[in-house]
Design a protein. Structure first.
Length: 167
């Protein structure tokens, strides 16, 4: 009856203080369920907020899903930047993707109390990860294009990285 309990109550009843805590609570209570299935079910409960499940997907080792979620809806750039920094050595493709998304959302104006330090951190972590894949030149050009096409928030990122990128 574990499947029936999960279907009826698993996702709705086990809410934590954060999206990650919610995921962990459900995964702990239903260890027979695969992490990707639990994550997909939880994401369905919050349409339009898919990016907020990024940390849960990352924590479960679902790196492709994590990047997909952060692409579909805004995700905190600081969370993405930390992921880029933390995974640059072990999962460079994921770290590069997370760093690019951090810069993408910064250019779009997302994030709370964003400082130049946050922008530099995401930029350096992204390039460090890209360098491990031999893609540093390509990624630097993508960042340059991303910032050049940004709006008002992109101007802040441009001011921080402008000299570095020759903008």
């Amino acid at each position: 009856m574990m499947d029936e309990a999960y279907a009826r109550y698993g996702v709705r009843v086990n809410r934590g203080g954060t999206y990650l805590a919610t995921f962990r609570a459900v995964a702990k209570k239903y260890p027979c369920k695969p992490a990707d299935e639990i994550l997909a079910d939880l994401v369905k409960t919050t349409p339009g907020s898919e990016g907020k499940w990024f940390a849960a997907a990352k924590d479960a080792g679902l790196y492709t899903e994590a990047l997909s979620l952060a692409t579909r809806a805004p995700c905190d750039p600081k969370t993405l930047g930390r992921a880029a920094r933390d995974f640059a050595g072990t999962e460079p493709a994921f770290a590069t993707g997370a760093g690019l998304l951090a810069l993408h959302w910064l250019v779009k104006g997302y994030g709370y109390e964003v400082t130049g330090f946050d922008v530099w951190g995401a930029y350096h972590a992204t390039l460090a990860a890209a360098d491990r894949n031999g893609r540093a030149v390509e990624i630097k050009e993508r960042i340059r294009q991303m910032i050049a096409g940004g709006g008002a928030a992109g101007n802040f990122v441009s001011r921080v990285l402008g000299r570095e990128l020759g903008l």
